[in-house]
Design a protein around this ligand. Structure first.
Ligand code: AMP
Length: 290
């Protein structure tokens, strides 16, 4: 695996691969790699060669009081993990390279960016959309792979790609989980032992909603109440939001329809965790994917 630090070299390598008729796949990450990231790499390898994984802790998507400066950094371990997966290129630009002095252009996907995660983290999706557009422009991959763990982010990137006529197809992959259901996340490293136990509450709340849906519940408010019941029972957990939303607009729904999401953001101690569950109608029944 070759590690590439500069935009110009990355552009040249990707341009050459496309000229050679190869299908370029991009897996953008912020590093501290876990099984969720690995699953994206494997999905990319099914469809693409070369596969380019990027590691960039993007400062513009962190709020002033967020964890930018303590975000886990483990470049050597990440490089080894990507080597083991036989990734072709690691793209690891510096912040100066991505945001040189005088940088002043940002992308905003309106509406979608101000709900849920966007409401709790003002400016977050502006930073995400901007860095992803830059990565798409630099690499011009045919496919880019994202996790459904960050469902609103994936939706916003899809919207941006459509609105701006980008040639990169956005592929969204399922959420990788620990054995006890906790969604894998680089931020799980912040959890102490007791918090780690409590952190399963997100999965437990979604799973209770899943059971209710399986036995016929269709009412949005009642499903939210079921999730709240599980979440509120954990004194160490503080709910930021718990909702049932339309999978397209991310607006709350009163009754389940076509494609919805159960979405959660919960503080466990100081650590903010998110998770979600896809709820899709098929032939009159609702199928749930956790
Ligand atoms: P991050 O490094 O947290 O910015 O995540 C990089 C990519 O990995 C994003 O597309 C995330 O949605 C995805 N990702 C993060 N956690 C998971 C997970 N548990 N399962 C699948 N994909 C994930």
């Amino acid at each position: 695996m070759e590690t590439i630090y500069t935009l110009e070299w990355m552009k040249q390598v990707a341009r050459q691969a496309r000229a050679d008729g190869r299908v370029v796949g991009l897996v953008p990450t912020m590093g501290a790699l876990h099984e969720g990231h690995r699953s994206l790499v494997r999905a990319a390898q099914q469809q693409c060669s070369p596969v380019i994984a990027s590691i960039f802790v993007n400062p513009t998507q962190f709020g002033p009081n967020e964890d930018l400066h303590k975000y886990p950094q483990q470049m050597d371990a990440d490089r080894a993990a990507l080597e083991e997966l036989r990734v072709d290129y690691l793209f690891a630009p510096t912040a100066k390279e991505m945001y040189p002095d005088g940088f002043r252009t940002y992308v905003t996907v309106e509406g979608l960016s101000t709900r849920l995660e966007g409401r709790s983290r003002p400016g977050h999706f502006r930073g995400v959309a901007t860095v992803v557009l830059k990565l798409f422009e630099i690499v011009q991959a045919q496919y880019a792979f994202f996790g459904r763990k960050d469902a609103q982010q994936a939706r916003i990137i899809r919207q941006m790609a459509a609105d701006l006529n980008l040639d990169t197809q956005v592929v969204v992959c399922p959420t990788a989980r620990e054995a006890d259901g906790l969604a894998m996340s680089s931020r799980n490293a912040y959890l102490g032992p007791e918090e780690r136990r409590v952190a399963t509450v997100l999965y437990r709340a979604l799973d209770e909603a899943r059971k209710e849906i399986t036995t016929g519940e269709r009412d949005g408010a009642r499903l939210v109440a079921v999730m709240r019941g599980v979440l509120d029972a954990e004194t160490l957990a503080a709910v930021d939001y718990a909702d049932i939303v339309d999978g397209d607009t991310f607006e709350p729904v009163t009754r389940l329809r076509r494609a919805c999401l159960a979405v959660l953001a919960v503080f466990v101690g100081q650590t903010r965790l998110i998770d979600n569950m896809l709820i899709e109608e098929q032939d009159g029944a609702f199928l749930v994917a956790l």
